[in-house]
Design a protein around this ligand. Structure first.
Ligand SMILES: NC(=O)c1ccc[n+]([C@@H]2O[C@H](COP(=O)([O-])OP(=O)(O)OC[C@H]3O[C@@H](n4cnc5c(N)ncnc54)[C@H](O)[C@@H]3O)[C@@H](O)[C@H]2O)c1
Length: 328
């Protein structure tokens, strides 16, 4: 709401929430803004709304977004786009037929730190990317409608697909439910990529510490993005070098020297990043995509890809961590 109000091209028409208590919150924050508990499209028509931001629980996304798109309105849906890849495809179809913009709220793709890391990777500064590992841990908020994988992992999956520029071919996942039966509080995901890259993701809402960390290891350098640290992105000039790479290229490893591996523990670099609130950038992207009638960075297909990985993780968890192919 704050970022929608702040955008010069946006006129906020009203807020719909099925919980009437939200009316009181709204009265305290935006007293002029109309409020309704009526989710029917008639209400949006009455307000003259052309676009909708859906920030409701994940299980409601498909139904609500379908109605919004069918009514010819642009729609920004919070992550995950929907609860199955089939639903995502239907939403993409609906948006195409209605000629409106469908966008998913993969917030971290609008985070300047993630953008900088992508630039660094694309420039080849880390060398060949080997693997990455991500942790998203905290105490709470425990959800009843979806497990920790569907709640927390969309962030890391969307970041990894963006940084690696490809989909994983196989996923293995294991989880455990301690608080509510059948709803995993903690999960460990392993993603294998077709070119040999590898990534692991750990998510939990049952952990004593807030951890939001992603490590990317390349052949030349390594990067750590720590969202709760003061220096959010640190590049380490660390790696393992061959002692005589010029000999190794001859194809023979005849003398001892060519076998020697040298650990390189060089300095660190902290890139200067001008931080802009990711949600501000996300709203700006939604508005620009509408005004320019172009696909947003996190379009329906982008939302679908993350859901395909989440689905594979859920299937694997049911098979006690067996690697399963990501359906395309
Ligand atoms: N991108 C991010 O960083 C980020 C962070 C937090 C949450 N989220 C996403 O935002 C969405 C909302 O999360 P939340 O924690 O605020 O959820 P929530 O459970 O607090 O629900 C948000 C609001 O939706 C209302 N609501 C429920 N069903 C509705 C319906 N059918 N129609 C209209 N309103 C309805 C609820 O009354 C509530 O006020 C989720 O999809 C979540 O994944 C994204």
């Amino acid at each position: 709401m704050r970022n929608l109000f702040a955008h010069p091209a946006v006129e906020v028409a009203g807020l719909v929430d099925t919980n009437d208590k939200v009316r009181d919150w709204l009265a305290g924050h935006y007293p002029e803004l109309p409020f309704s508990t009526n989710t029917a499209m008639k209400q949006l028509e009455e307000w003259g709304a052309q676009a909708v931001v859906l920030a409701t629980p994940a299980g409601t996304h498909f139904d609500l977004a379908s109605q919004v798109l069918e009514s010819g309105r642009h729609c920004l849906v919070e992550k995950p786009l929907a609860m199955t890849s089939g639903e995502c495809r239907q939403l993409i179809d609906l948006a195409t037929r209605a000629g409106v913009i469908l966008m998913v709220g993969h917030t971290f793709l609008f985070n300047p730190v993630v953008r900088e890391l992508k630039t660094i990777i694309q420039a080849g500064n880390l060398g060949e990317i080997y693997y990455a590992h991500a942790q998203r841990l905290n105490l709470g908020r425990v959800r009843k409608d979806i497990d920790a994988v569907w709640n927390l992992a969309p962030h890391d999956i969307s970041i990894l697909l963006y940084l690696f520029g490809q989909m994983p071919s196989r996923v293995s996942a294991r989880g455990a439910s301690y608080i509510q039966p059948g709803i995993a509080d903690v999960a460990f995901l392993d993603l294998e990529f077709p070119d040999g890259k590898y990534a692991s993701i750990q998510v939990s809402w049952l952990d004593p510490q807030k951890v939001r960390r992603l490590t990317v290891v390349g052949s030349q350098q390594m990067a750590v993005y720590d969202d709760v640290a003061e220096n959010k992105l640190v590049i380490y000039d660390k790696g393992v070098d061959r002692a005589h790479p010029e000999k190794a290229t001859l194809g023979s490893y005849e003398d001892f020297g060519t076998f020697q591996l040298r650990l390189r523990a060089g300095g660190i670099q902290i890139p200067q990043i001008d931080f802009v609130e990711p949600l501000k950038m996300e709203i700006a992207e939604f508005v620009e995509a509408i005004l320019q009638n172009r696909k947003p960075l996190t379009d329906g297909a982008n939302g679908l890809h993350t859901v395909q990985v989440l689905e594979a993780a859920t299937r694997s968890m049911a098979l006690e961590g067996t690697f399963v192919s990501v359906e395309r």
